[in-house]
Design a protein around this ligand. Structure first.
Ligand SMILES: O=C[C@H](O)COP(=O)(O)O
Length: 270
């Protein structure tokens, strides 16, 4: 792919989205510091051009909410997971209603670390997508292949199958705000980033599948992110793909300067 600069204008009206998944890092106090630094580093036009979202651990959500609301920050936030059930005897789980009460807009669903470390299969992921929608949360649905699947060359059907299974039974109406994250598992936390062509290949296939199932209008509006070792230095190349609308950033989102640079690049600056 020859283009290396991210486009200045959002493609087909899709505003780029950069989401920082902090995973199991940072106390609520450290979270406040990071969000403050981030807000200080980004200008208003940048925050308008690209949507910036942080995804802290549950324990920091209330602090982030208070800071964002109190200082009227143009930074969004979401949770890393939610329960499929709405309430009940589910020790350790957090419901969609609880996240909605914290004014979370987004929730990650089906992250590969949930799928592998917590045994979440496609049925659980589908139930969680439905739970998110029931509570007015926007699911960031994660799909992606492991190294074995990539080596076998079946990564595209693998990801489109994950998409189909996660969205089974949902109407086009329910999917208006859906966000998808393509995260090749072999690129997560490894420093091994997919090439821009790799990212575009799968993101394009996911959009084509959405168009097949839910029509071109819905497909054209859904934002599809790439995740896996995204850093300031590789963001422009990754975002050059016409179907790559942003990034789900893990490790690099813990460093305010690095994450701010990723956001600036997505906003079309340098
Ligand atoms: O949710 C984020 C992804 O798992 C990517 O993580 P990473 O940027 O540390 O590779």
């Amino acid at each position: 792919m020859a283009r290396t600069k991210a486009p200045k204008a959002p493609r087909e009206g899709r505003r780029p989205l950069i989401a920082g998944n902090w995973k199991m890092h940072l106390t609520h106090l450290e979270a406040i510091g990071l969000v403050q630094k981030l807000a200080f580093s980004l200008t208003e036009p940048q925050l308008e051009a690209a949507e910036v979202v942080v995804v802290p651990p549950f324990t920091a959500l209330r602090s982030v909410q208070t800071l964002v609301a109190g200082d009227k920050l143009e930074i969004g936030y979401g949770a890393q997971d939610l329960a499929a059930a709405d309430s009940g005897a589910y020790t350790g789980d957090v419901s969609g209603a609880m996240l909605a009460a914290l004014a979370c807009r987004y929730v990650l669903v089906g992250h590969s670390e949930r799928r592998t470390l917590h045994g979440e299969d496609d049925a659980v992921v589908a139930a969680k997508v439905q739970a998110a929608l029931r509570h007015g949360l926007v699911p960031i649905l994660c799909v992606g292949e492991g190294l074995d699947v990539r080596r076998a060359g079946t990564h595209v059907p693998h990801c489109t199958d994950q998409l189909d299974l996660a969205l089974a039974g949902l109407s086009t109406e329910q999917l208006q705000e859906l966000v998808i994250a393509y995260e090749p598992v072999w690129a997560i936390g490894t420093g091994e980033v997919a090439t821009p062509d790799d990212a575009q290949e799968v993101c394009g296939a996911l959009r084509a599948r959405l168009a097949e199932r839910h029509g071109p209008e819905l497909a054209a509006g859904v934002r599809i992110l790439y995740g896996g070792s995204v850093k300031a230095g590789n963001t422009a190349g990754i975002l050059a793909g016409p179907d790559v609308d942003g990034a789900l950033v893990g490790g690099a989102s813990l460093d305010a300067d690095e994450f701010a640079q990723i956001c600036r690049t997505a906003a079309g600056g340098s």
